[in-house]
Each structure stands twice: as C-alpha cells, then as structure tokens.
Design a protein around this ligand. Structure first.
Ligand code: AMP
Length: 425
C-alpha cells in the first residue's frame, strides 16, 4: 500500500466524491488537523496536538468515531505532530491517505496581498513571512506547518486560506484609521479584520437558507467565541468588520478588551508604569469577560455563576451583550438592507441567554426573539430564532474547516490529470 507521502493527486474533485483534503490549522502551540470530504464536509479523521513546545505535548484524535490520545516527547513541534499523523494515524488507514488530493492551511494574516485562497508556492510563503509583523503569534506557526506538511507530503499541492481574505472587499472609508495617512501608505497600518473564513461560511449558508444567491444576500454576521467579531456583509461581500489591525479591536471577548479609549495606553504607560508587554498582556489576556467578572473567560461558567447571583459574572455578560448590540445597531446604519442577523461561534451557536439579551436590547430596531426556537437552537442546531414579526435572526453553526477543504479542492482540480485513479504515482 502506498503511504500518504507517496500519493500524488489522483482524481478530479469535480468527478469524484471520494477525494479528501487534509485541513491544517497551526497555532503557536497547537496544531488542529482534519481529513475532510470537501463535497459534504464529512470528517473521517480529526485531532489536535496541544502544548507544543511547552510542558507536556499531547495529541488526541478521532477516527471512525473512536477517540484516542497519547503524550508526545517534550520537544514536539508542528513537524512531529504531522509525522505522527502520517506514521501512526493515517498509516493504519492507507485508504484515507490514498484519497488525499490537497492540504489546506488556515493562515490568519495575508495582509493586503490575498483576497482569495491560493496555491502555496515560494512567492506565497514569502508574502506570509512579510505579514509576520501583523500576526506574530500565528503566521510563524503557519509557516512551520506548511514546511512540515511539504516534507511529509511532497507531492500534494498545498493551499493557503486566509482569515483576512474575506474582508479585503471593505471600502477604504471602513478600513483606514483616522491617523496620518502615511502610516497606512508606508507601514500598512489599517483595519484588516479576522474570522473571515467563518463570516464567509455563514454568509454562504445564510444565502441558501434565505433562498437568495450569495451575491444578493446582506447580513450581519456575529461570530462569538473566545475571540469574537462581527461583520457587515452587503451583497455577499464584507463591507465592515469589528476586528482591526489586530484581533484586539471590536467586541468584548473571552480575555480581550475589544474597543478601549487609545488614551488608556498612554495613561497606563505614563501614570501607572506599565511596560508594553504588560499593556499587551492586560488587553489581550486579562481583560474581556475574564477581566470584568474576575472569575472566568468561559461563557458557560459565567452564565451559571450569574444565575447564582455572582455580580462580576452578571456585569460581564451585560457588558458583552450591550456592546454587541451597539455594533449590530451601527451595522444597520452601514447596510441599506439586512436580510438576517446571524449568530455563530461557540457562544453564538449555544448561548440562548446571550442571544436573547442582545435581541431584547435591539427591540427598538425590530428584533424580537422566539423563546422556543431560541432554546432549541443549540449544540449544532441551525435555524431561525426570531419571532414572526421580528427582523430575521438565524443561528448557523460555523465550519471554517469545510471552507478550507472546499477552497483547496477547487484550487487543485484544474491541476489534476484526467486519467483518474490509474494516474497515481
Ligand atoms: P469558540 O472559541 O468558538 O470555541 O467558543 C468558546 C466559547 O463558547 C466559550 O466562551 C464557551 O463558554 C462558549 N460556549 C460553548 N458552549 C456553550 C454553551 N452551551 N452555552 C454557553 N456558552 C457556550
């Protein structure tokens, strides 16, 4: 049997339903992987390597419904996790490895260079390197993952899918900060936005649910997870989004502050002797739901504590919902027409409490929640949660991996020889 690294592109995506894409999402200390059918999003293998380069790395995975995990040596990094995937996980299922047609990488920052997914070549690698300053934790990890995947699967084409790409359609008035223009022209300082792959998935799915074509659907997409962002989508294209130069701007998040008065930074530095690293840690790791509640960044914990009367938890959830509702209101000003408000992400997909609070806050502009539908829309359930007379509101579970797998499959299919499985090397 051929091992995965010996397999080259074998069949056309457009003609076969059996082709699989390996989706990789490399973080600074983690690597998530999934082998996915780009046609229907079904996953045959999924897993995660965690604590890479830290204390006790562990890889856990699920194959054929069977969950396993094992610890890995202390110095394990992305390369070793990919080798483990090839040698230990896929080797036992050569049929799966045989079906791989491409590798799709999530890449957080593509700067202004990429408005679509691309096949990875040396120029793309160089461009991802050039964006390291804009995503210092993520882009180096993606580059490490791309190199490791190239070594492990030398014959498979690799595709980069950028979190920033969907937001490249934003007009200048939405992405330029009111700073000296030279900072944009000479240093690329502007709003880029993130979570684009999720907002794109939700946009396409909302169009299907609303019986509209993608290029005529206009939505407000609220991706609420540990990181949270909201996007105004007009005719299928992002026209504004809440994250900016970095993923810190915008909504209140698990541990990130979202919008603050920039004067705060000078105050912390000059009056309170914070150094830059301390300011960075404060805003990125100690703020948001965690900072306000002094309890947790986890919405489930906060909901329970709030119910039990914990004042910090109650305040954190109030502020989260209030600020989110303000953004939704402002995006109604951005969009001439809104076909639907969409909730997604761990909180958006599961927290009926947050959704209800936000929609109640928005009563003045026509939102009303349907209590029963809202209570039902959890744990992967999709559908409307608005009352009949309300502005349409949907819950759509996001699936960034599927977008990555689809883009990868679509980009490689023109390169695939016509002769079918027998063309395999
Ligand atoms: P994500 O980053 O998209 O995985 O989302 C993580 C967030 O979703 C955390 O704050 C979780 O507490 C929250 N979350 C997940 N499940 C639920 C749930 N059933 N109810 C409320 N929040 C949830």
């Amino acid at each position: 049997m051929a091992s995965p690294q010996q397999i080259s592109v074998s069949m056309s995506y457009s003609r076969s339903s059996s082709n699989q894409v390996l989706v990789l999402n490399c973080g600074s200390s983690s690597l998530k992987f999934a082998v996915m059918n780009p046609r229907d999003g079904s996953v045959s293998v999924s897993g995660i390597g965690e604590a890479l380069g830290q204390g006790e790395p562990v890889v856990s995975w699920k194959i054929d419904g069977d969950r396993q995990s094992t610890s890995l040596p202390k110095d394990t990094r992305h390369t070793e996790v990919i080798r483990f995937l090839v040698d230990e996980i896929l080797a036992g299922h050569p049929d799966l490895g045989d079906q791989l047609i491409a590798i799709g990488h999530r890449v957080v920052h593509g700067g202004e260079k990429f408005s679509h997914s691309v096949l990875i070549d040396d120029a793309v690698i160089k461009a991802i390197q050039e964006c390291v300053a804009l995503a210092p934790l993520h882009n180096p990890a993606h580059l490490a993952g791309i190199e490791a995947a190239k070594d492990a699967f030398p014959k498979l084409p690799q595709v980069a899918v950028f979190d920033t790409a969907f937001h490249q359609s934003m007009p200048r008035h939405a992405f330029i900060y009111a700073l000296p223009y030279a900072l944009y022209r000479d240093n690329g300082i502007r709003r880029y936005g993130m979570h684009g792959t999720s907002h794109r998935f939700v946009t396409e799915r909302a169009a299907e649910l609303l019986n509209l074509s993608v290029n005529e659907v206009s939505i407000i997409s609220a991706h609420l997870g540990n990181g949270a962002s909201i996007t105004a989508v007009r005719n299928g294209r992002s026209v504004d989004t809440s994250m900016g130069l970095t993923p810190l701007e915008g909504l209140v998040m698990g541990t990130r502050s979202g919008d603050v008065d920039p004067g705060l930074l000078m105050h912390l530095g000059s009056r309170m002797d914070y150094c830059l690293k301390e300011i960075n840690d404060l805003l990125n790791k100690k703020s948001g739901l965690l900072g306000i509640s002094e309890l947790s960044n986890d919405c489930r914990t906060l909901e329970k504590a709030a119910e039990d009367g914990h004042d910090g938890a109650q305040l954190a959830l109030e502020i989260f919902c209030y600020r989110l509702a303000k953004y939704i209101g402002s995006y109604h000003a951005v969009l001439p027409q809104v076909d639907a408000l969409v909730f997604t992400g761990g909180i958006g997909e599961n927290s009926s409490l947050i959704r209800e609070k936000v929609m109640n806050q928005l009563r003045g502009i026509g939102y009303a929640v349907d209590g029963e539908k809202n209570a039902r829309a959890r744990f992967g359930e999709e559908g409307p949660i608005s009352a009949d007379h309300s502005a349409v509101t949907l819950v759509i579970p996001t699936n960034e991996e599927w977008v990555i797998a689809r883009d990868a499959a679509e980009l490689v299919s023109p390169h695939i020889p016509d002769s079918g499985p027998s063309s395999r090397e």
